[in-house]
Design a protein around this ligand. Structure first.
Ligand SMILES: Nc1ncnc2c1ncn2[C@@H]1O[C@H](COP(=O)(O)OP(=O)(O)OP(=O)(O)O)[C@@H](O)[C@H]1O
Ligand SMILES: [Mg+2]
Length: 468
């Protein structure tokens, strides 16, 4: 950190100079004010990392007024009060009003040095902490989730509403729609954010090991168990456990997980001692759980316990208007990872992306763009640079059927298919018209008989960004 700037507000000249001398010797940059109005002027002019103010300042205001002004100017700057001996009661009032600390007068040099150092250290930590939280927020929190339109707005609202509760949340959506990202956002938006977020892929654990994986085991519990092992529930203590692909959990395990949710405790394999488990449970599946329940493959009691709150993620093909924003995010990410300039998409490439049906959803889009960003010969990715042959491993996962009454968003109905076909046509038409006029909006509008504003509006609706 650069040199800390301290404002000293003290009406007694001798003390003011002594304090200033002491702090300068510590390497701080010191500004002085001899009254409340002088302090207000300083606060209005510069940023301080610490304000050290006497409580009684004579004419024009007290240390309390300086405190108020400082909080107003820059709320994170700590204010330390200097109070005459016997005035502790007022000092406590000051701390209730937001002062960081106080030093009683007369003080010795060490005492003052310590208080100042501690206050500055605390702000530094707070600042670092906030930067870290900002970064996590950008990568995993709301900031990581891109989306607009009614379905995604509902998703954001639900996250905000339920993050702070401990209600069970079931996240549903096709493969690659962002279920895990939403689970992380829920965790980040809650006060559990500093505790672990533990993701368990229920489809990937073998039947034999699932119990030990989830609940842990004692040494010698079974052949091969040569050390005690903590289960994932225990690892998530105080935080969130994310049971991914819950629809693929074997029936025997379902019964055990249900018990954990009911009793809020686990027993390690090979132990009879229950361990209390305080975790938030979030589950996700790309399966139609209602069908699974009807077919007897998923326990209905577990189903009801998990889906107290449901978050349904729309497939990408139902929100193609988000493709430009998503694309820009992914291209920026690759660029920063590869330390190369960020590539852009030609209008035609955007149109092609928006016309695709995206069986692998956002993940497929991300993979496709990462590949295109690397392979495209120029800084602008053209439609020809997009290779739809590429499939993420998950893209082939069975899509959710749209026959069941509870299917996601009802699938692609006729009206929607028609709307999409119309849009695709409009898009192709506008893109070629734009190209014919080198991206010039006025000329294009004139050629196709639209006023400029309507064309711009249309392009915006369709997410077309003209070149040039
Ligand atoms: N709304 C979004 N905004 C930005 N990035 C997203 C969004 N949704 C998904 N992604 C990105 O797409 C990829 C897939 O998302 P995620 O793993 O959360 O999907 P999923 O639904 O859990 O998929 P699966 O069912 O295959 O496990 C990730 O890289 C994620 O960061
Ligand atoms: Mg996932």
């Amino acid at each position: 950190m650069s040199v800390a700037r301290v404002l000293v507000v003290e009406d007694e000249r001798a003390i003011r100079l002594a304090v200033a001398g002491l702090l300068k010797k510590e390497g701080y940059e010191v500004s002085l004010a001899e009254s409340a109005p002088a302090a207000f002027a300083e606060l209005a002019e510069g940023h301080f990392d610490l304000v050290l103010t006497d409580l009684a300042l004579g004419q024009g205001g007290t240390g309390m007024d300086v405190l108020t002004a400082s909080k107003k100017a820059r709320s994170e700057t700590p204010v330390v009060m200097i109070t005459a001996h016997g005035n502790e009661r007022i000092a406590v009032e000051a701390m209730k009003g937001g002062a960081e600390d106080y030093v009683p007068k007369p003080f010795d040099n060490d005492q003052l040095r310590m208080v100042v150092k501690k206050a500055l250290e605390r702000t530094r930590l707070l600042r670092e902490h906030r930067l870290l939280l900002d970064r996590i927020e950008r990568e995993y929190g709301f900031g990581a989730l891109i989306g607009s339109g009614p379905a995604m707005t509902r998703v954001f609202e639900t996250i905000k509403k339920v993050a702070e509760t401990d209600l069970g949340v079931l996240i549903r959506g096709e493969s690659g729609t962002g279920k895990e990202l939403v689970a992380q956002a829920l965790h980040q938006a809650s006060s559990r954010r500093e505790r672990p977020f533990v993701a368990v892929n229920c489809a990937a654990i073998s039947r034999e090991l699932v119990e030990s994986e989830l609940f842990g085991h004692e040494r010698g519990a079974f052949t091969g168990a040569d050390a005690r092992r903590l289960g994932r529930f225990e690892a998530a203590l105080g935080g969130t456990i994310f049971l991914d692909e819950i629809g693929d959990m074997p029936p025997e395990t379902q019964a055990k997980v249900l018990r954990v949710l009911q009793e809020r405790q686990v027993e390690r394999v090979g132990s009879q001692t229950p361990i209390s488990i305080e975790v938030r449970v979030v589950a996700a599946t790309h399966r139609n759980l209602e069908e699974e329940v009807a077919a007897g493959r998923f326990r209905s009691d577990l189903y009801y316990r998990l889906k107290v709150v449901e978050i349904i993620l729309p497939p990408l093909r139902e929100r193609v208007y988000d493709i430009p924003a998503l694309a820009q995010r992914f291209l920026a990410q690759v660029a920063s990872r590869l330390k190369r300039p960020e590539k852009t998409l030609s209008a035609e490439a955007v149109a092609v992306l928006q016309g695709h049906d995206w069986p692998g959803n956002v993940r497929e889009l991300k993979n496709l763009l990462e590949q295109a960003a690397v392979l495209a010969p120029t800084d602008e990715i053209a439609a020809d640079d997009l290779d739809f042959g590429l499939r993420s491993p998950n893209a082939a996962a069975p899509a959710v059927s749209d026959t069941g009454a509870h299917a996601f968003s009802g699938g692609v109905g006729f009206n929607q298919a028609k709307r999409e076909a119309t849009e695709a046509f409009e898009r192709a038409f506008l893109v070629s018209a734009l190209e014919a006029h080198q991206g010039n909006i006025s000329k294009t509008a004139e050629a196709i008989g639209l006023v400029r504003q309507s064309l711009q509006q249309k392009l915006k609706e369709l997410g077309i960004r003209p070149k040039g």
